[in-house]
Design a protein around this ligand. Structure first.
Ligand code: UT7
Length: 362
């Protein structure tokens, strides 16, 4: 995982909008969130998280076949943030694309990568959830600015003939009739960017919090149970639930719905706020680092978000990879930087040789 160093507390936010630490804590469970510095972007956080995940999995970047970045705050509309990450990692043999399913995106991306491995199409994949939501939040809107934070988390998935692990079942759902409940309306083909869209605030997150809350409490427990059933398991075979970290009250409602104690839920929304698609991998990494997740544990990951979308999966934890030899990634990153610059120079030289500015027919 990678989170920016800068922390914004509830007290800091109370200086910006009409709110209070007490209101935010009691309604959301959030105490602080991390905010990207000027030089940090979705691609930089995603790359930092991916480097750590590769180091943990002892996998060289040139062994990666697929990179998926799930995000709602991409570096640009295009090119894909995943391609920028691929270049920075030096993952020369990887395909790369972004996946847009808002806060449910990491679950969708994990499922897509796992299916690609299962068919034999790819052997190893890096799945990243990364956001810099602070860049698309209206810091004058107390309904939204209190909730969100920045960060990234990454998983490495690998084919393995011997060990049964990884994604055992998954549920992916969408109800586009609720699309307007949580959206970033401007900048796409419906409302291309103009000075008017900027004045109208269409490039910020718009949310009907109450409706999203109702929807979330409806789907979280049901989707978890569905994934467990699809995996051919019973709820008592699940050691941990890692829910999307949006609001402590939503997580508590899910616990009540599943009749499971809160002790089995991984919760860190207090420290990071809602980092959208990054929240599940960040929570998983923290739990692994604390020694909560043990090899062989069955985990339900479950989330909801804009779309509307929701999803869940049963995942069997298989790390850490103690037997494999460790890899040194710094030389790879240096080589990647040099290669990227050389490729740009080569494209320039090619342009000079073949005639810059002339089209293919010239
Ligand atoms: O990843 C998915 C992203 N979205 C979500 O997860 C959002 C889900 N929804 C929520 O988490 C909650 O709906 C919120 C935390 C956004 C709001 O909590 P709520 O308990 O649903 O509050 P509310 O919207 O019903 O508002 C209650 C009152 C309102 O005042 P009135 O109309 O009752 O006079 C709001 O204007 O609280 C007011 N309010 C605030 N007061 C202080 C709204 N935001 C704030 C604020 N500080 N930041």
């Amino acid at each position: 995982m990678a989170v920016p160093e800068k922390v914004l507390t509830n007290a800091d936010i109370a200086q910006l909008v009409d709110t209070s630490d007490e209101w935010i804590r009691s309604r959301t469970g959030i105490e602080q969130r991390h905010i990207a510095a000027k030089n940090q972007t979705t691609a930089s956080l995603a790359t930092d998280a991916a480097v750590k995940a590769l180091r943990m999995a002892k996998l060289r970047p040139d062994e990666v076949d697929l990179i998926i970045v799930s995000t709602s705050s991409p570096e640009h509309i295009f090119p894909a943030t995943a391609s920028l990450v691929q270049d920075r990692l030096g993952a020369e043999n990887a395909g790369a694309f972004d996946l847009s399913a808002a806060c449910s995106g990491f679950i969708y991306a994990l499922n897509m990568a796992s299916q690609a491995i299962r068919t034999g199409a790819v052997k190893s994949a890096v799945v990243i959830g990364a956001e810099t939501l602070s860049r698309i939040v209206d810091w004058n809107d107390r309904n939204t600015c209190i909730l969100f934070g920045d960060g990234a988390g990454a998983f490495v998935l690998q084919a393995d003939e011997t060990e049964v692990g990884g994604v055992l079942s998954s549920v992916m759902r969408s109800d586009g009739s609720g699309g307007s409940l949580l959206s970033l309306p401007g900048g796409g083909s419906a409302h291309p960017a103009t000075s008017q869209t900027v004045l109208d605030g269409l490039h910020f997150i718009h949310m009907n919090g109450r409706e999203v809350y109702r929807f979330a409490t409806r789907v979280m427990a049901a989707a978890s149970e569905e994934a467990v059933e699809k995996a051919g398991m019973e709820m008592d075979q699940i050691q941990w639930i890692i829910p999307h970290q949006a609001n402590l009250r939503i997580i508590e409602a899910a616990a009540r719905g599943l009749k499971m104690p809160m002790e089995q839920f991984i919760v860190n929304v207090n420290k990071y706020g809602n980092t959208s698609t990054a929240s599940i991998p960040i929570a998983a990494v923290e739990a692994a680092e604390k020694g909560q997740l043990q090899r062989g544990d069955n985990i339900v990951i479950v989330g909801f978000g804009a779309g509307l979308t929701w999803g869940s999966a049963v995942v069997r934890w298989t790390g850490p990879f103690e037997d494999a030899p460790s890899v040194r990634l710094t030389p790879f990153r240096r080589a990647a930087r040099v290669r990227s610059v050389l490729r740009r120079i080569w494209r320039f030289i090619e342009g000079v040789i073949w005639g810059r500015g002339k089209g293919p027919s010239a």
